[in-house]
Design a protein around this ligand. Structure first.
Ligand code: ADP
Ligand code: MG
Ligand code: ZN
Length: 613
C-alpha cells in the first residue's frame, strides 16, 4: 500500500469523527440552554415553562420568554425525585449529570475497525515486500497507477565510442542514427527505414548499451521498458501499458522506443502456456497492433533486444515489424582489446600491462565479463595497496573469474591431491607433446569454485573459426589425458574426469553427427546445429533425430571409437614420459602451481611418444 492510500484513509477517519462530534456540539449549543435541575424547578414554579418533553435522562422544553442569551429552548438532566425534593428544601443549586456516552460509542465502533485495518495493511505490505503470491501485493496495489510507468530519458551521454568490438552492429545502427537526426531528409529517396530493429546476442555483449548509444548519438528521447515488467497478474494491464508507451512516444517523435528482454513478453503464443497465458497474449497482441499502427515516417524507431530469438513469436519477426535483426556477438580477440581499452579509461594501469595478452587469456568473454574483469583486477590491486594495476592483477582476476573463487580452505586429503596433481600434469604434458595443441599457460592444483579440483589453463594462440579433424583429435587427446594419467600411474580412474569426459563426448559427437568427419557415416549432418543466434522462429521442434535406429547405433559406435583413440593416444604419450609425469606431478604437489618457466623446462625433456600410438 502506498502513502497516498494511507493519507486517504486517515482523512476519512478524521472527517467522520469530526462530523459526529460537531453534530453533538451543535445540538448542545445552538439555541438550547442547558440549565441546572434546580433552576428548572424554579422556572416551573414560576410558571415560565410552556411545554416540556421528558426523556429517560433528560428533560427538554420551551420557555415562555427567552433567556438573557436569547434562547428559548432548554435542556436539563433529571435528578432522582426524592433527592431533588430534599435538595430544593435546602435551597441548593443542583444539576443532574450524564456521563457522555458519545465518545465511548464512537470508540467502540472505530477501534476494532482501526485494528482490523492495521492488520490488513501490515499483511498486504509483507506480501508485497516478499513479492510473494506471484506479485499479488504489487499487482493489487499498482493496478490503479499502471499508467505512465514508462521511462523516458533525454540527454543520454553514451555514444558509439563506449561500445567496442561490435563494429558491424554499429555500422548497421548508424543508418538509424542518420534517420533520427533528420527524419525528413530520409523520405526523399523513398527508402523505407526499418520499423523495428532487433538486437540479438548472448547476455552481456552490450545490446542495452548499444540501444542507449543510438539514443545518445542521435540526441532523441529514449523510451525504454523491459519485457519482464509486463509479467503482470491482471489481464489487460500489460496491454494498457504498451498502448501508453506508444502514445507517449508518438507525442515526442522523433524518438526511440526500446523494449529490453523482448523474449519475456514476445514468447510464441500457445507455447509455454503455464499461467499468465492470457495476459502475455494480450500484451503481445497489443504490441503487434502498435507495431502495425505507426508510420515510421513520424520518426519513431523501435529497438528491442533479446538473447533468445528462437522463442519469439514468429509474428513479431515478419516483415514490417522487427524486420531487421542485428547480431551482437561475443567479441573476437581484437574486439576484446578494444573493449578492454574502453574500460581501462577509468583505471590506472602499469605500463607493462599488455591488453593484447589480457585479451588472449579471455576467449569467449563478453563485454560485461571484460568490464567485470577490469574491475576485479583493480580491486585486487587496491587490496594490496598498489598504486597501479599490473599484469599480475589481471592474471589473477582472470583465474578468479574463469575458475571461480579460490577456495584455500577446501581441504583435499593427500591421496586426492596426488590424483589431482597427476591428472592435471597429464593434461599439460600431452598438450605440450602434441603438435597443434593450445599452449599451456598454467597448471594448478588449488581447488576453485564448484567442481574444479585443479585446472590447466590453455591459451589458444589465436581465435579459431575453423578446426581441422586433426586439431579436434588433438583436443580430445588433451581432454582425456587427465584420466589417462590417473589410469597409468594409479591403475585406477576417478570421478575427477567427469567434466573432461562430458566435453570430449560432445566434441566427438559433433565430429560424427554434425561435421561429417567419420568415413563410415559420410558427409551427413545427423544432428541439428545447436540453435545458433539468429536461427529463425523455433516453431519446429529442435533436435528431432533424422535417422533410424541402425544409424543411431553407428553414430554411438563412432563416437566411442574416436574417444577411445584419443584416450589411447594420450596414454601412449604419457607412457613414453612416465618418469617425467611423476616428477612433474611431485613438483606440482609442492608448488601448487606451475607457470610458464616451469613448464618450458618440462617441454625440453618431453619425448614425442606419438610413434607408439
Ligand atoms: P546486454 O544488454 O547485451 O546483456 P549490456 O549492454 O547490459 O549487455 O552490457 C552490460 C555492461 O557490459 C555494459 O554496461 C558495459 O559496461 C559492458 N559491455 C558490454 N558490452 C560491451 C561492449 N561491446 N563495449 C564496452 N562495454 C561493454
Ligand atoms: Mg541487456
Ligand atoms: Zn581434467
Amino acid at each position: 500500500m502506498d502513502r497516498k492510500n494511507h493519507i486517504n484513509f486517515w482523512y476519512f477517519l478524521i472527517a467522520f469523527l469530526a462530523i459526529v462530534l460537531l453534530r453533538d456540539l451543535w445540538a448542545q449549543w445552538a439555541g438550547v440552554e442547558p440549565i441546572p435541575y434546580s433552576e428548572f424547578q424554579t422556572l416551573l414554579r414560576d410558571g415560565q415553562i410552556e411545554r416540556i418533553a421528558i426523556g429517560a435522562e433528560q428533560i427538554t422544553g420551551t420557555l415562555k420568554r427567552p433567556t438573557a442569551a436569547g434562547r428559548s429552548q432548554f435542556v436539563t438532566t433529571r435528578v432522582e425525585p426524592g433527592l431533588a425534593a430534599m435538595l430544593a428544601e435546602h435551597g441548593v443549586e443542583f444539576r443532574g449529570q450524564t456521563e457522555s456516552k458519545l465518545f465511548a460509542t464512537v470508540l467502540s465502533w472505530v477501534l476494532p475497525a482501526l485494528i482490523f485495518v492495521g492488520i490488513w495493511m501490515f499483511a498486504i505490505r509483507r506480501i508485497a515486500e516478499q513479492g510473494g503470491l506471484g506479485g499479488m501485493g504489487g499487482g493489487l496495489m499498482s493496478i490503479g497507477k499502471s499508467k505512465a510507468r514508462v521511462y523516458v530519458e533525454t540527454d543520454i551521454d553514451v555514444t558509439f565510442a563506449d561500445v567496442a568490438g561490435v563494429d558491424e552492429a554499429i555500422e548497421e545502427l548508424k543508418e538509424i542514427v542518420e534517420f533520427l537526426k533528420e527524419p525528413d531528409k530520409h523520405g526523399v529517396l523513398g527508402a523505407r527505414i526499418p520499423k523495428g530493429v532487433l538486437l540479438v546476442g548472448p547476455p552481456g555483449t552490450g545490446k542495452t548499451l548499444l540501444a542507449r548509444a543510438v539514443a545518445g548519438e542521435s540526441g532523441v528521447p529514449f523510451f525504454s521498458i523491459s519485457g519482464s515488467e509486463f509479467v503482470e497478474m491482471f489481464v489487460g494491464v500489460g496491454a494498457a501499458r504498451v498502448r501508453d508507451l506508444f502514445e507517449q512516444a508518438r507525442k515526442r517523435a522523433p524518438c526511440i522506443v526500446f523494449i529490453d528482454e523482448l523474449d519475456a513478453m514476445g514468447r510464441a503464443r500457445g507455447a509455454f502456456s503455464v499461467g499468465g497465458h492470457d495476459e502475455k497474449e494480450q500484451t503481445l497482441n497489443q504490441l503487434l497492433v502498435e507495431l502495425d499502427g505507426f508510420d515510421p515516417k513520424v520518426g519513431i524507431v523501435l529497438l528491442a533486444a533479446t538473447n533468445r530469438p528462437e522463442i519469439l513469436d514468429p509474428a513479431l519477426l515478419r516483415a514490417g515489424r522487427f524486420d531487421r535483426q542485428v547480431l551482437v556477438d561475443r567479441p573476437d580477440k581484437k574486439g576484446r582489446v578494444q573493449i578492454l581499452k574502453v574500460h581501462m579509461r577509468k583505471v590506472r594501469a602499469a605500463s607493462a600491462v599488455e591488453l593484447e595478452d589480457v585479451a588472449a587469456l579471455t576467449p569467449g568473454f563478453t563485454g560485461a565479463d571484460l568490464a567485470n574483469l577490469v574491475n576485479e583486477a583493480a580491486l585486487i590491486a587496491t587490496r594490496r595497496r598498489a598504486s597501479e594495476v599490473t599484469m599480475d592483477d589481471f592474471t589473477r582476476a582472470v583465474e578468479r573469474i574463469v575458475a571461480g573463487l579460490e577456495k584455500k580452505n577446501r581441504l583435499l586429503n593427500p591421496k586426492e591431491r596426488r590424483i589431482v596433481a597427476h591428472h592435471e600434469m597429464g593434461h599439460a604434458l600431452v598438450a605440450m607433446a602434441l603438435p597443434g595443441a593450445d599452449q599451456v599457460h598454467k597448471v594448478s592444483i588449488i581447488p576453485r569454485g564448484i567442481g574444479a579440483l585443479g585446472y590447466t589453463i590453455q591459451r589458444p594462440t589465436e581465435d579459431r573459426f575453423l578446426m581441422t579433424r586433426a586439431e579436434l583429435e588433438t583436443k580430445l587427446a588433451v581432454l582425456l589425458a587427465g584420466r589417462a594419467a590417473e589410469a597409468l600411474v594409479f591403475g585406477e580412474i576417478s570421478t575427477g574426469a567427469a567434466d573432461d569426459v562430458r566435453k570430449a563426448t560432445e566434441i566427438a559427437r559433433s565430429m560424427v553427427a554434425r561435421y561429417g568427419m567419420d568415413e563410415a557415416l559420410g558427409n551427413v549432418a545427423y544432428d541439428e546445429e545447436a540453435s545458433p543466434y539468429l536461427n529463425l522462429p523455433a516453431g519446429l521442434p529442435q533436435g528431432v533425430p533424422r535417422f533410424g535406429p541402425d544409424t543411431a547405433r553407428m553414430i554411438d559406435e563412432a563416437v566411442k571409437r574416436i574417444t577411445d583413440q584419443a584416450f589411447a593416444r594420450a596414454s601412449a604419450v604419457l607412457a613414453a614420459n612416465r618418469p617425467l609425469l611423476v616428477e612433474a606431478a611431485e613438483r606440482l604437489l609442492v608448488q601448487e602451481t606451475l607457470e610458464r618457466d616451469g613448464l618450458e623446462a618440462l617441454r625440453g625433456r618431453l619425448r614425442p611418444g606419438e610413434a607408439a600410438a
